[in-house]
Design a protein around this ligand. Structure first.
Ligand SMILES: Cc1cc2nc3c(=O)[nH]c(=O)nc-3n(C[C@H](O)[C@H](O)[C@H](O)COP(=O)(O)OP(=O)(O)OC[C@H]3O[C@@H](n4cnc5c(N)ncnc54)[C@H](O)[C@@H]3O)c2cc1C
Length: 452
């Protein structure tokens, strides 16, 4: 039986280990911390259910439903309340619902006529074919206009990456948008004509993909996979060194050494940069990976009495462009999505602070974070009174930024794999940052290993 070491018990590593075990491999999962799930963190307290990392999985691929089925979690799956579809973007210091139809777009207050005309003109803007890598900011101002960047895309980039649109690469962070321009000459034309091809591949566009969670939050998924893995899990065990042996790899951890036929690294890029990998006479230099930026983010979850919030908060949440001058990056109306996130008569709001926009704010003491979040929510949603629940988690290195130039890191990762046979890399630092990308990456790497 082939033995595989998996480094990291975030969702990528757990998914890979789960499927390898099902295929008959002998797996061992090494996790540096004392818990599974990585950035996924759900907390049940005082009748509230708070999520500090991801809030939902986007079902962009049939592989997500496959994992839920294979893990035996279908009965615990929770789909959001169908009434929670609305999304808001802040403009003129108030949340405005995003239009859901072409007519809604033409009549919304969210954009001026100039911006609306820029969208109507987009199919006639010449595609760029000179191969120069652009930021999403450059791409959007070229194809639409500055207003569209400042009042929509800036907020979206903060909401997904906690990133800076002038730095985030359109090719690496939004490859599907770039492909629309490359293949159809326009994003609007591509949206219209590309749907059929996506359907053929069984894929769903991220903006249309169903969202899901579980009865006790997303932590249910890693906890269940951990149960299925049983003895294979080694918590509080940091892998510090890998050395190539005649038939495979020797792993050095904080508690000793062990030999495996193959190794899959599913940790973080900054920890990978510190890992020592010896392949016979060579030691691989992974240190450039430490240059991948990971801005800090604080997740602030607050509960309020329903009557203490003026806004109905029915919908997914609100995105906040920098130009509007608020400190929080955005807010998810968590108990509108999943009513079991708050006791009856209360609501739960999950806000994010920091990112590339205001990195210095993320590490403020918790009382300051609660204060600044309450102040923004007071102005935006008419929140008054004291929160009935408050909890905050600080992620010092939250999300890898796929900035312009990210290709050199991808090349380095490809190079490492080619110089280190039997050593594989998977996860959010390489194949897309979302939970669904991470799950698919875990499944793909597990399927790529041959049992013989
Ligand atoms: C605040 C926040 C909000 C997010 N919101 C969403 C969302 O709503 N929807 C969405 O789709 N995605 C979201 N994401 C992104 C998504 O959650 C992550 O990209 C995904 O969970 C990453 O999973 P992973 O397993 O690849 O990595 P991680 O979760 O980072 O897990 C890596 C694990 O590897 C371990 N490790 C690292 N090095 C070693 C070593 N040398 N030895 C042993 N163990 C090691 C770490 O301790 C860690 O447990 C969010 C992320 C954050 C931080």
């Amino acid at each position: 039986m082939k033995s595989v070491a998996i480094i990291g018990a975030g969702i990528t590593g757990l998914t890979a280990a789960f499927y390898l075990k099902r295929r008959g491999f002998a797996v061992t999962v090494y996790e540096a911390s004392g818990r599974v799930g990585g950035v996924i963190q759900s907390l049940r307290r005082d009748g509230y259910l708070a999520e500090f990392g991801p809030n939902t999985i986007l079902e962009t691929s049939p592989k997500i439903a496959q994992l839920i089925r294979d893990a035996g979690l279908e009965s615990r799956r929770m789909d959001p309340d169908p009434k929670s579809e609305a999304r808001y973007v802040v403009r003129y210091k108030r949340p405005i619902e995003m239009p859901g139809s072409p007519l809604g777009f033409l009549t919304t207050d969210l954009f001026s006529w100039k911006a609306k005309c820029a969208v109507l003109r987009e199919p006639f803007v010449k595609p760029r074919r000179d191969g120069v890598e652009e930021s999403i900011g450059q791409f959007v101002t070229r194809r639409f206009n500055q207003e569209f960047l400042d009042h929509a895309i800036d907020a979206l980039v903060a909401g997904i990456y906690a990133g800076d649109p002038q730095k985030i690469s359109v090719a690496h962070a939004f490859p599907k948008l770039k492909a629309l321009e490359d293949n159809y000459g326009s994003m609007i034309k591509g949206q219209i004509f590309g749907g059929r091809e996506r359907k053929k591949r069984g894929e769903v566009a991220k903006d249309r993909a169903p969202k899901l969670s579980f009865d006790e939050g997303l932590q249910v998924l890693p906890d269940t996979l951990r149960e299925r893995l049983g003895e294979a899990m080694k918590l509080n065990t940091t892998v510090t060194k890998l050395s190539r042996t005649t038939n495979g790899w020797r792993i050095t951890t904080s508690s000793g050494e062990s030999d495996h036929d193959a190794v899959i690294y599913c940790g973080t890029a900054h920890k990978l940069a510190e890992l020592k990998i010896e392949t016979g006479s060579q030691t691989l230099d992974l240190s450039p990976l430490s240059e991948i930026r990971h801005p800090p983010v604080a997740s602030v979850v607050l509960g309020f009495k329903r009557e203490d919030v003026a806004h109905p908060c029915s919908g997914f949440g609100m995105l906040i462009p920098k130009i509007e001058g608020f400190k929080i990056l955005g807010c998810i109306f968590s108990s509108s999505l999943f009513p079991n996130r708050a006791p009856v008569g209360h609501i739960t709001l999950t806000s994010y602070v920091g990112g590339e926009r205001y990195p210095e704010l993320a590490s403020l003491p918790h009382d300051k974070l609660f204060e600044l979040t309450c102040e923004d929510l007071r102005l935006l949603l008419g929140v008054r009174g004291k929160p009935t629940f408050q909890h905050c988690v600080f992620y010092p290195r939250a999300i890898p930024q796929y900035n312009v130039g990210f290709g050199r890191f991808k090349n380095l990762m490809n190079d490492i794999e080619s110089k280190a046979p039997g050593f594989h890399l998977a996860g959010h630092f390489r194949n897309g940052i979302s939970l669904s990308d991470s799950i698919v990456s875990g499944i793909n790497v597990a399927e790529s290993l041959s049992p013989s």
